[in-house]
Every structure is written in structure tokens, then in C-alpha cells.
Design a binder for this molecule. Structure first.
Ligand code: TYD
Length: 228
């Protein structure tokens, strides 16, 4: 088992696939079942990482190149891991994280054209042993996702698309394939969920996935000798 206590679930996919809605629904379902849940997101999730988030999403770091952006994402991730995720897992919490290391592999690695060795080296430092037990990849054709992202006012309160949303449709389709490729290479960790389904169907599928990952963690507790 990767994380001995707690359960670390990351959510990945392109723009407009419905990650935040589904994370909220899953958190509610898990809370109703009596679990301790932490909902968080990247870039951000801790105060140091939130400060870096603004620099990244405003495009302020774009002029310094993809390599610089990748390092900033990794710096933010490391702060998030050490300040919030690792302590939560240690307490036995289920951590639901909107984007994590696979977003860097796809956005900076594949469509940012950085060498996989560079990205993997950065990831090793950033996550420092804290890898998701389960990664839910919400899959949607790029054109559908982009249309949805535009309709909801392109995410940020300004109504302006962020640095990564402005890119072309082919780039988004490339990212979709890159996420599917990660899922194919790491089938024990990744589960692809068809995001063309209705919201309730997607939520039910994700809950079932997470329950299969929770089961082996809860079983030893259920079988444990009652405390004297
Ligand atoms: P956000 O507004 O949180 O949007 P989304 O709903 O798409 O998750 O923006 C995060 C953006 O940052 C998103 O376009 C993907 C990008 N990103 C990277 O490029 N690399 C990363 O490692 C992470 C975590 C995000």
C-alpha cells in the first residue's frame, strides 16, 4: 500500500470535464458514510502554493519559459504535499485533490515539450513519496470540454480564460490522449471515467471506484482486535 493511512485520490482531465462538481459530490457521499475528507486543488492548496498559483495562472511566468513554469508547479506541489496532504493522510483522512502530478506530466511534459526525464526528476522532489493511491481521469472530447469551460465563464472570476485555457483545440486533444496514455501505463493506480455520461452516473461510478480502493484499507481495521 502506498499511503499507509488515509487514501489519496487525485482527479485529472482536460478543461471543462467536471472535476470540481464531481469532487464535491464525492466528498458529500464520503462524509455521509462517516469518513474524514479533505478537498484540495492544484496549483494551490496551501498558502505557499496559492501564492505561486497566481503567478502561474495569470501567465506572469510564461515569458520565462515552460521549464520555469514546470519548476514553479513543482515548488507549489511540494509545499502542498508537506503542509497539507501528508499530514492529512497521516491522520487517516481521504484526500481529494483536483489535479496533481499527472497534470504536470501532460501540460508541461507532453504539450509543453519538456523531456520526460526532467519532469520525472521534478516530480520525485515535488511529491517526496506521496503518490496518489487512486487517480480518476475524467475523459471527454476536447471540443466538448472547451465548450463547457467557456459556458461557465472560463473559470476565473474575471471571465477571462487563464493561461492554459487559451490554447488551441489540438493541444487540448493531445492532452486528452496523454492522460489516457498515463492510464494505460499505470492501470493499478488510474481509472478512466467517461465524462459524457450524466452527472449522477459519473458520480456513482467514481464512488464505486473509490470504494474499491478504500476496502483493503478498511478491512484490517474491521478485523483488528477491539482495543482493551
Ligand atoms: P484551474 O483554474 O484550477 O482549472 P481546471 O478547472 O482546469 O483545473 O487551472 C489550473 C490550470 O493549471 C489548468 O489549465 C491546468 C494547469 N496545470 C498545469 O499546467 N500543470 C500542473 O501541474 C497543474 C496542477 C495544473
Amino acid at each position: 500500500m502506498l499511503n499507509e493511512t488515509g487514501l489519496f485520490v487525485s482527479f485529472e482531465g482536460g478543461e471543462g470535464v467536471g472535476k470540481s462538481t464531481q469532487i464535491r459530490r464525492l466528498a458529500e457521499a464520503l462524509l455521509r458514510r462517516g469518513h474524514d475528507v479533505l478537498m484540495t486543488r492544484e496549483p494551490g492548496g496551501s498558502s505557499g502554493a496559492e501564492a505561486v498559483r497566481h503567478v502561474l495562472l495569470s501567465g506572469a511566468a510564461e515569458m520565462f519559459g515552460t521549464r520555469m513554469e514546470a519548476i514553479l508547479f513543482a515548488a507549489a506541489r511540494n509545499d502542498h504535499v508537506e503542509e497539507r496532504i501528508r499530514p492529512a493522510l497521516h491522520r487517516g483522512t481521504i484526500v481529494l485533490c483536483d489535479r496533481f502530478m499527472d497534470s504536470s506530466r501532460v501540460y508541461q511534459g507532453v504539450t509543453g515539450n519538456l523531456e520526460p526525464e526532467f519532469i520525472e526528476a521534478l516530480q520525485r522532489i515535488a511529491v517526496n513519496g506521496v503518490v496518489p493511491d487512486c487517480t480518476v481521469i475524467l475523459d471527454l472530447p476536447a471540443s466538448v470540454g472547451l465548450e463547457r469551460a467557456r459556458r461557465r465563464g472560463a473559470v476565473e472570476a474575471t471571465g477571462e480564460p487563464d493561461r492554459f485555457e487559451k490554447e488551441e483545440i489540438e493541444t487540448h486533444e493531445k492532452r486528452r490522449l496523454a492522460f489516457l496514455d498515463i492510464a494505460a501505463r499505470e492501470p493499478e493506480r488510474c481509472r478512466v471515467v467517461d465524462a459524457m455520461q450524466g452527472e449522477a452516473e459519473i458520480a456513482a461510478e467514481i464512488l464505486a471506484v473509490v470504494e474499491t480502493f478504500l476496502m483493503p484499507k478498511l478491512a484490517p481495521l474491521a478485523n483488528a482486535e477491539p482495543a482493551r
